[in-house]
Design a binder for this molecule. Structure first.
Ligand SMILES: CC(C)(COP(=O)(O)O)[C@@H](O)C(=O)NCCC(=O)O
Ligand SMILES: [Mn+2]
Length: 890
């Protein structure tokens, strides 16, 4: 990343942030037990230009994709779970270490083990096509990153005694085939053990895993990890097992029934001549069970039997109507038969499950197994039965990854893979690149490197209609065409196995934590707008869709506009459109959906196609223009009295928040003037009262009254937003004011680029440049270890004037324009511990998310509303209105 000025001295000054030759050891993570994969630093070299700020380090002897694999080989499907580690992001270790010392956390390497970061992938194949599965494993060399009984091996050759864990009948049936084709043995794991281990893992490690399903509505349930056991796990396969789970590895099969999925499929096949389970399920979509089932109303002349609480529409006897008249099988439609059968079996299972929960006093019942397959109607029927028999006391719950319980359990059964660590951390579900296209006739996302991904998108374009998952209406032919409308997919509310098993990739982000200053992390909901509302979802997806052409242009230009970049740009546009298309129809396809997730998805998709920073040039240009006028602004501020200065500073933040390349209206505005002209215009329009205006209360806390001067805040966390004027002319002068009053300031910025947001990596350069124009900033930045001279010998450095409040920078752990305070970087969590003031800036962080969030300390939310609809809905106002919301801590 280049400097902001082009000034050679300045550029030189920043060489200190680099990872230099001979410093490789700094990249080494904490020492790990030998049971974990080791980072092999031998032969490490820097790739490319030594002048780059954070060049990539190549570790030639390090297996690039340490992964391992477990399988559940069932009668119809093979489910495969594998783990791949993240590519390590270069870490500015020196700055981080100095920061931690300043924040008072001497154990500098705590939680910084990048190698443990990785992803859990979920893939399925049809058992009949087992060769495809073997090819997939082979192409990804998944069997080579496995372990042998003595621990990890990451060699390129396969050991004789290498094994992979598998469960399900096929683990026995296909063991020889695996040995023959891949040279690995299969270690069989008990199916029931795996099922329970898989369910426990999911319920503990993933936030939006369990959900209820009533009358077509899916609602996620927050499970308290400490209050999970005991529960009833009902696995509906061919037969049904009911398992009372009391803890890790502690369970008992308490009941079951021989009337299960096999019964539905077997009887259904005989009665309807259907060829497949999915076909049978699909038939039920269009059926009417009243034709065959005997209802209470049939017996009571159309009346309810209210005395015992039965409505006329209750099924009195499944298939009971067939007794009457002289209809033959052919006289009934396969659709009606299928539905009657489905209801008969689902009700029966729901009832037995509830009775068993009652018998053992279990509060929670989770249903899983191949019978359910995310089929909305099946889930509704089971839920209805549980609700009916429990008189509303109990609720049926389902698991998003239920198709992978066994495979996950087998995966968990590896002893020496450090999964205990994995469990201790958060798994964050992300949107897998292949997600919208996986399913139907194309199996699994065989997507590894970039070219694979691109050709997958291109293949999709050619074969578009053969893919059964929802896809954009019009095939996108040119770069950046938007659109997310869905064509007819596989019919109504039916979501078969194909869709359900098509779940997200779970990203393990070991450094993410709950923000300690959240008033109540259990009830915290980051998103302000509810995207489960159809209209809201349609509106925001349309907005994002309309942004797409412009974004693709920027992204392609940021990569030099090459042919390769254009190809990647096209692939990005298709992938993102397809995700939007799927989410329009199925909002909870990847877990609970909020606006923050949509914006983040867009950034994730860009990164998938290796667009590192689409707004790089724009950011640099705006930084330069803003730095050029910073001195004037600071002089103007310094000529004011305290009170007008504070007001001008807050006005300045609100006015400069107009520089937002994510807002359609603002981008249109930028064609009408220069950065400085727009900034001036925006500042001149800042008349109070603002739409939300708590300035007076904030001022009182800051300045007090003539009689009483309040103490300054100890430490302020300033969540900065956009590059250029926003951070340089808005937030930095506000930070300076706090510093000058003796408050420590931590600038909190994104870990990864998102739109034109400034990142934590870019901030030290900006601060260094600002420090040239301002002594307060310079001294504070030195004290905070932001200027390199101050970092070099931090331990030996003479103690500086202790009254001088430091200015620091931390990354927030995010790669989108919003912030979810349940997942922040450990650095930020550490910094938060001493903070008593939070300033959230910008629409993404203060309005779309966290507008209603409450914190344990004083909080100031500052943003300009740059969207008319949001302004109307949220603050009953208009576009370009300002929000200054101050909430004193308890
Ligand atoms: C992406 C954003 C949240 C960024 O806003 P910021 O946080 O920079 O103030 C915002 O630009 C936005 O909501 N844009 C979409 C709406 C629109 O184009 O009007
Ligand atoms: Mn922004």
């Amino acid at each position: 990343m280049g400097g902001v000025t082009g000034d050679p001295d300045f550029e030189k000054g920043n060489l200190r942030g680099k990872i230099k030759e001979g410093e490789q050891s700094e990249m080494a993570p904490i020492s790990r037990s030998s049971s974990r994969p080791q980072l092999d630093l031998s032969g490490a070299a820097i790739q490319g230009n030594f002048e780059e700020r954070n060049p990539t380090i190549i570790l030639p002897n390090q297996s690039d994709d340490i992964s391992h694999l477990a399988l559940d080989i069932g009668g119809s499907l093979i489910k495969l779970v594998y783990f791949s580690r993240h590519e390590d992001r270069p870490v500015d270790d020196k700055r981080k270490r100095s920061l931690k010392q300043r924040l008072g956390f001497p154990n500098v390497n705590r939680r910084s083990y990048p190698i443990l970061g990785g992803r859990l992938h979920f893939v399925k194949f049809e058992t009949a096509e087992i060769n495809e599965c073997l090819d997939f494993i082979n192409s990804k060399q998944l069997h080579r990153g496995g372990i042998n009984p003595r621990g990890w091996h990451v060699n390129s050759s396969v050991n004789d005694d290498a094994i992979i864990k598998a469960t399900g009948g096929g683990a026995y049936k296909f063991a020889d085939l695996f040995k023959e084709r891949l040279g690995v043995g299969i270690e069989k794991e008990d199916e029931m053990d795996c099922l329970v281990a898989g369910a426990n893992f999911l319920l503990k490690a993933i936030r939006h895993e369990a959900f209820t399903h009533m009358e077509g509505q899916k609602e996620f349930v927050q499970i308290d990890q400490n209050d999970l056991f005991p529960y009833l796990l009902v696995n509906i396969g061919s037969g049904v097992s009911m398992i009372k789970v009391d803890g890790e590895g502690k369970f008992q099969r308490v009941s079951g029934t021989n009337v299960g999925g096999g019964t539905y499929w077997g009887l259904g096949k005989l009665l309807t001549k259907c060829k497949s389970f999915d076909e049978l399920l699909e038939l039920s979509q269009r059926g009417d069970n009243r034709v065959i089932d005997m209802l209470v109303g049939d017996i009571y002349g159309g009346m309810d039997y209210s005395k015992i609480g039965l409505s006329a529409s209750t099924i009195a006897s499944s298939f009971g109507k067939a007794i009457f008249g002289n209809k033959e099988l052919e006289d009934y439609s396969p659709e009606d038969i299928s539905l009657s059968l489905l209801r008969m079996i689902s009700y029966n299972i729901g009832q037995i499950a509830y009775l068993n929960a009652l018998r053992f006093g279990l509060k929670r019942i989770f249903f899983g197994g191949f019978f359910i397959r995310g089929h909305a109607y099946t889930m509704d029927t089971i839920s209805f039965a549980v609700q009916f028999w429990s008189k509303g006391e109990a609720q049926a719950m389902f698991l998003r990854h239920e198709g992978f319980l066994g495979a996950l359990g087998a995966f968990m059964s590896y002893e020496k893979h450090g999964l205990d660590d994995l469990m201790a951390h958060q798994l964050v579900e992300r949107f897998p690149m292949g997600a919208p296209y996986v399913g139907g006739k194309i199996h699994g996302p065989p997507l590894g490197d970039l070219s694979e991904k691109i050709s997958w998108m291109e293949k999709f374009l050619q074969k578009g209609t053969e893919i059964l998952a929802p896809v954009p209406l019009a095939p996108l032919r040119t770069t950046g065409l938007g659109g997310f409308d869905s064509p007819s997919s596989k019919g109504g509310s039916l979501r078969s196995d194909d869709a359900t098993l098509n779940v997200g990739v779970l990203h393990l982000v070991p450094t993410l934590e709950v923000f300690p200053l959240l008033a109540d992390s259990k009830t915290y909901e980051p998103n302000t707008i509810d995207l489960s509302d159809h209209n809201e979802r349609e509106y925001w997806l349309t907005v994002l869709s309309e942004h797409l052409p412009d974004l693709v242009d920027k992204a392609v230009a940021s990569e030099g506009g090459t042919e390769d970049a254009k190809r990647r740009g096209d692939a990005f546009a298709h992938a993102f459109s397809a995700h939007m298309s799927r989410l329009m129809k199925e909002p909870s396809a990847y877990g609970k959906l909020g606006l923050a997730n949509l914006f983040e998805l867009r950034e994730e998709c860009l990164r998938e196609f290796q667009f590192v920073d689409a707004y790089r040039t724009i950011k640099q240009r705006e930084n330069e223009a803003s730095l050029a006028v910073l001195t004037d602004l600071l002089m103007e501020l310094d000529s004011m009295d305290e009170e007008s200065r504070l007001l001008t500073l807050i006005e300045g933040v609100l006015a400069a928040n107009i520089f937002d390349w994510g807002s359609r209206a603002c981008v249109d505005l930028y064609h009408k003037g220069t950065i400085i002209e727009i900034y001036r215009m925006s500042r001149n329009k800042m008349q109070r009262p603002w739409r939300v205006d708590d300035f007076d209360t904030f001022k009182e806390r800051m300045l007090g009254s003539a009689e009483k001067k309040p103490p300054p805040h100890r430490r302020a966390l300033l969540f900065v937003d956009n590059s250029g004027a926003d951070v340089i002319l808005g937030m930095l002068p506000l930070a300076r004011e706090l510093l000058r009053r003796g408050t420590e300031v931590v600038l909190v910025a994104n870990s990864l680029p998102a739109l034109n947001d400034v990142t934590a990596m870019e901030l030290p350069e900006i601060v260094a440049e600002a420090a040239k124009h301002c002594d307060i900033i310079r001294k504070a930045a030195e004290a905070g270890g932001l200027l390199m001279d101050a970092i070099v010998n931090i331990q030996d450095a003479p103690k500086e004037d202790s009254s001088l409040a430091p200015l620091m920078v931390v990354e927030n752990g995010c790669g989108g324009p919003c912030i979810d305070f349940r997942q922040v970087s450990s650095e930020l969590a550490d910094a938060a511990k001493g903070a008593d003031l939070i300033i959230l800036e910008g629409m993404g962080r203060a309005l779309h998310t966290n507008f209603n969030a409450r914190f344990k300390c004083d909080t100031l939310k500052l943003a300009m509303v740059k969207n008319q609809r949001l302004a109307e809905k949220l603050v009953n106002g208009n576009i370009y209105d300002s929000v200054c919301r101050y909430e004193p801590g308890p």
